[in-house]
Design a protein around this ligand. Structure first.
Ligand code: CTP
Length: 398
């Protein structure tokens, strides 16, 4: 999913958060969107049109009479009407069918265009029943709306009403545009790498960052799924994980095994993107082992293959997807693993191509179909993009 060539009409209304719409505007442009801007009279008190004009944007002021027929041309232009920030006044006016400004006029002329409302105001205004009823009403009319963020507000109060993070708004926009190929499906994704502890500080692990699994969980949400992520030793501050994803944190193989045992039966699709250790230490010390106490060789025991174990319990309509890390005999090994683990899909990463821990990935998807085993090559691309394509592939089969 990309913003490239999407036409976005950004409507900025008079919340103190209006200045944040500049960052939103710049991010949309950076992602390749064509943006037109309308600023309401209230909005221009906080962010003068001149600011947008400095970025080369010609801004419409919110005057119903200044630009003849602009409400029609803008409604034809827009793939999405984004009202961000949206004030108490604007939301209530739209819900009441009032069309007395350019913003409300465009909305009135755009019944079929997706509309995303991003409320931002004091928390007591946000919780006001009039507003809440009107947000519900707009949702019934197929408007999309975001919940504001919680935190310190401009007036000093603390509560729900803050303009959401730009990253969250971008996610919602992409969600609006995404095909709902996994609507209502429960998707379970594992991401990161297990750590097999020898003692409280030493462990056996791998270099998996969890990026691919996180991207898959995010894309599953956009595609309409209910997503759960089992994250293994992921540096959460380094990644965007959508707030709609339920996150279960595990550290080692046995915690992962336990979490999967509990979650798998509730799931429709399991995507095992995690790098799971094939071994654990035979003995694990609860206290840090002194270096003088370390043996020259450490005894390891094999871990059970979790995918193999789960595929035996698999219901007929459950889908299983594995990932494989290979540096030789890629296709043969991938097909062998698909068969041995009874998977519907396996994505094979060619680790000789320097992909571990990177933002990009490439590889071959092998899928079991009625026509036999098929393969599809994915060129090197951002993990987010690849995840979106893999989710579409899975969506075809559900
Ligand atoms: N996997 C698993 N249980 C394990 C090891 C791996 O379920 N004990 C899953 C991984 O999450 C991945 C897939 O199996 O989806 C393939 O993992 P990979 O490590 O490439 O394959 P292995 O079967 O462990 O084989 P090898 O390491 O020998 O290549």
């Amino acid at each position: 999913m990309t913003m490239k060539d999407k036409n976005i009409l950004l409507c900025v209304t008079g919340s103190i958060a209006a200045y944040k719409s500049i960052d939103l505007y710049r991010r949309l442009v950076k992602e390749g969107a064509n943006v037109e801007v309308i600023i309401s009279e209230g909005g221009s008190n906080f962010v003068p049109p001149f600011v947008f004009e400095s970025f080369g944007e010609s801004v419409y002021t919110d005057d119903a009479f200044k630009y003849p027929l602009a409400h029609i041309s803008l409604s034809k232009f827009a793939d999405l009407i984004l009202i961000a920030p949206a004030t108490f006044n604007t939301i209530n006016k739209i819900a009441s069918g009032i069309a007395d400004s350019l913003i409300t006029l465009v909305v009135s002329a755009s019944s079929d265009t997706p509309k995303l409302v991003v409320p931002s105001m004091n928390s007591s205004m946000y919780s006001n029943k009039i507003l809440q009823d009107n947000i519900k009403k707009l949702e019934e009319y197929n408007f999309y709306s975001m919940k504001p963020a919680e935190g310190g507000l401009a007036c000093g109060d603390i509560g729900e009403g803050k303009f959401p993070e730009i990253e969250d708004i971008m996610f919602e926009i992409e969600r609006v545009f995404a095909k709902k190929v996994l609507s209502g499906k429960r998707v379970l994704v594992t991401a990161g790498g297990t750590r097999e502890y020898l003692d409280p500080v030493r462990f056996l692990s791998n270099g998996s960052s969890g990026r691919m699994g996180i991207a898959l969980a995010n894309e599953a949400i956009k595609a309409g799924a209910i997503a759960t992520l089992i994250s293994l030793n992921i540096e959460k501050s380094c990644h965007y994980i959508n707030k709609g994803i339920r996150n279960i944190e595990c550290r080692d193989f046995s915690e992962l095994r336990q979490a999967l045992g509990k979650e798998f039966k509730k799931t429709d699709i399991l995507i095992m993107a995690a790098a799971v250790s094939d071994f654990s230490f035979k003995t694990k010390s609860s206290k840090k082992i002194k270096k003088t106490g370390l043996k020259k060789s450490l005894e390891i025991i094999p871990n059970e293959d979790l995918l193999k174990m789960l595929s035996k319990e698999k219901r007929k309509n459950q889908l299983l997807m594995g990932f494989a890390a290979e540096d030789a005999g890629i296709l043969e090994n991938g097909i062998k693993k698909l068969k041995e683990k009874s998977l519907d899909y396996i994505f094979i990463n060619d680790i000789s191509r320097n992909i571990i821990g990177k933002d990009e990935n490439e590889g071959i998807l092998i899928k079991k179909t009625k026509k036999g085993i098929l393969k599809k090559i994915f060129e090197r691309q951002a993990k987010k993009m690849l995840a979106s394509k893999l989710i579409s592939e899975i969506g075809e089969k559900t």
